[in-house]
Design a protein around this ligand. Structure first.
Ligand SMILES: Cc1cc2nc3c(=O)[nH]c(=O)nc-3n(C[C@H](O)[C@H](O)[C@H](O)COP(=O)(O)OP(=O)(O)OC[C@H]3O[C@@H](n4cnc5c(N)ncnc54)[C@H](O)[C@@H]3O)c2cc1C
Length: 462
């Protein structure tokens, strides 16, 4: 057990979210003494306000959809409504169980947790409530917060963030979702399933704009079918709260009335007022700058997770935390390959991807050097059984490895794990083509796309 009063510990971590706690667990496992400073609850955004509670809502929403669609499958059922108190109790029970497990794990590894708001006071120390904790190394892992737009004030009642949305005690009648990224699309999906009238406003040309354009278009088709409205290439210009909700004005001159406005325009770094600037940590727009080993410009300080520029995903935070811990313990870990991090939007339909988009592949390898196959889920038995539609697109370098996999359809999030092995191990289509996928599963679509890329398509229509 680290005794900070007795001298410097090996590692002080500021922030106990996905990145911070993963670093703590791995460092302790490797025999380092660790102090973890957390002002709120261990587990951070992901466990309490992000991944886990949103996916619980999405699961409950899926059950609503199943009930509505049950007759298609020969099952007669009656939908009697959504009881948000019970939905929230279920969601909280999942979060609570995982929180208990995490707290136990941290304790079992002998990590000292200091509860309180920490502040960086030197290249090797963090102060919490008057106590200065010295470490040979410091990891900054203070995460991110829901951003807004200039002049757009969040009142947490009618103009809300994702945190507020997770705490709603009712199903709203109508919502405008500002931002068609992952978080906006997931909430749009949940609320539509629950029966709300939903309109997404996105400034860029497509929903989930970081995804391959083909995936965005399939998601848009899926949302359109479900009655989720969206306005693309449309910028927000203002919002007024009314007795009934909000009136949202858009730069195209139109207005939208709704009960709620969810602001889902991205997440900014939690770095202001925490001593980073005073200690001399290099930052840009509040994000802490790091090299590929996650070191800041100060050799004794690393930064991980949502706080540094780049992908904001829990599993990236885990990987970065583990990486820094292993470096500090004298191991020689491989840096994170950010292109090959799997990404999932858990809406209905789901969007999952790993590797580069077709546009990036063409830019990187040359348009003539890239080949791709799209396998429509219409040809996949299990997808037909589930009545889901979508596609699997696999991109490869000609006579070379697979460099991108992009999928849309229900449950494709579960398929991305195989896809990330393929891209990370730089498998060739022919390597994957000879591997047998179980029938009937959705994974066969991935196998079929590789068979086609390897020149031996099976169930693929031209
Ligand atoms: C609605 C939503 C849904 C999401 N869904 C997914 C998903 O499905 N999959 C996925 O991979 N990612 C998802 N994410 C992203 C994921 O939650 C984040 O990428 C991840 O939590 C980042 O981890 P982190 O450790 O960098 O920061 P955080 O998890 O934000 O943790 C930072 C911690 O630092 C603490 N802290 C901050 N300042 C101080 C201080 N001064 N002193 C002490 N403690 C401090 C905070 O209390 C917090 O606990 C979602 C995010 C949101 C908002």
């Amino acid at each position: 057990m680290a005794e900070s009063a007795a001298g410097p510990v090996d590692l002080v971590i500021l922030g106990g979210g996905s990145g911070g706690y993963a670093a703590a667990l791995r460092a302790a496992e490797l025999g380092l003494s660790v102090v973890l400073v957390e002002k709120d609850k261990l587990g951070g955004t992901c466990l309490h306000r992000g991944c886990i509670p949103t996916k619980a809502l999405l699961h409950s929403a899926e059950i609503v959809d199943n009930i509505h669609e049950s007759e298609t499958f020969g099952v007669l059922s009656t939908f009697n409504g959504v009881d948000m108190a019970k939905v929230n109790a279920y969601k909280e029970s999942v979060v609570g169980g995982l929180f208990k497990g995490l707290t136990g794990l941290i304790k079992a590894r002998g990590i000292e947790v200091v509860t309180g708001e920490g502040r960086l006071v030197s290249p090797t120390a963090v102060a919490v409530d008057g106590r200065v904790i010295e470490g040979r190394h410091v990891i900054l892992a203070t995460g991110s917060y829901s951003r807004s737009l200039p002049g757009l004030e969040i009142d947490h009642e009618k103009v809300i963030t994702s945190e507020d949305a997770l705490g709603l005690d009712r199903v709203p009648g109508s919502v405008v979702v500002l931002g068609g990224g992952v978080i906006g699309c997931e909430f749009a999906s949940v609320w539509r399933s629950y029966g709300a009238d939903v309109t997404i406003v996105e400034a860029l040309p497509h929903l989930v704009p970081l995804e391959d354009e083909s995936s965005s278009k399939l998601l848009e088709r899926g949302f359109r079918r479900r009655g989720i409205k969206f306005k693309l290439k449309t910028r927000f210009s203002g919002v007024k709260t009314t007795d009934h909700g909000v009136t949202v004005s858009l730069e195209d001159g139109s207005t939208l009335d709704a009960e709620l406005l969810l602001v889902a325009v991205g997440r900014g770094p939690v770095s202001a007022g925490l001593g980073y600037e005073e200690v001399g940590v290099a930052m840009e727009r509040g994000f802490v700058l790091v090299d590929r080993d996650l070191r800041t410009n100060i050799p004794t300080i690393s930064a991980i997770g949502d706080l540094r520029p780049g992908l904001q995903l829990a599993h990236v935070g885990f990987a970065e935390g583990i990486l820094v811990a292993e470096q500090l313990a004298g191991l020689n870990p491989v840096p994170v390959d950010y292109d090959n991090v799997p990404r999932v939007t858990y809406s209905s339909p789901e969007v999952a991807s790993v590797g580069v988009t077709l546009a990036v592949a063409k830019e990187r390898f040359g348009a003539d050097a890239v080949t791709s196959v799209t396998y429509n889920l219409a040809g996949n038995g299990k997808s037909q059984i589930l009545k889901t539609s979508g596609a699997v697109t696999v991109i490869a370098v000609k006579d070379g490895p697979v460099v991108g996999v992009h999928m849309v359809g229900d449950r494709v999030g579960e398929l991305i794990a195989e896809a990330q092995l393929i891209t990370n191990w730089e498998a060739y289509p022919s390597d994957v083509a000879q591997l047998i996928h179980p029938h009937p599963t959705m994974s066969e679509a991935l196998g079929e796309a590789h068979l086609a890329l390897a020149g031996k398509p099976l169930h693929l229509h031209d």
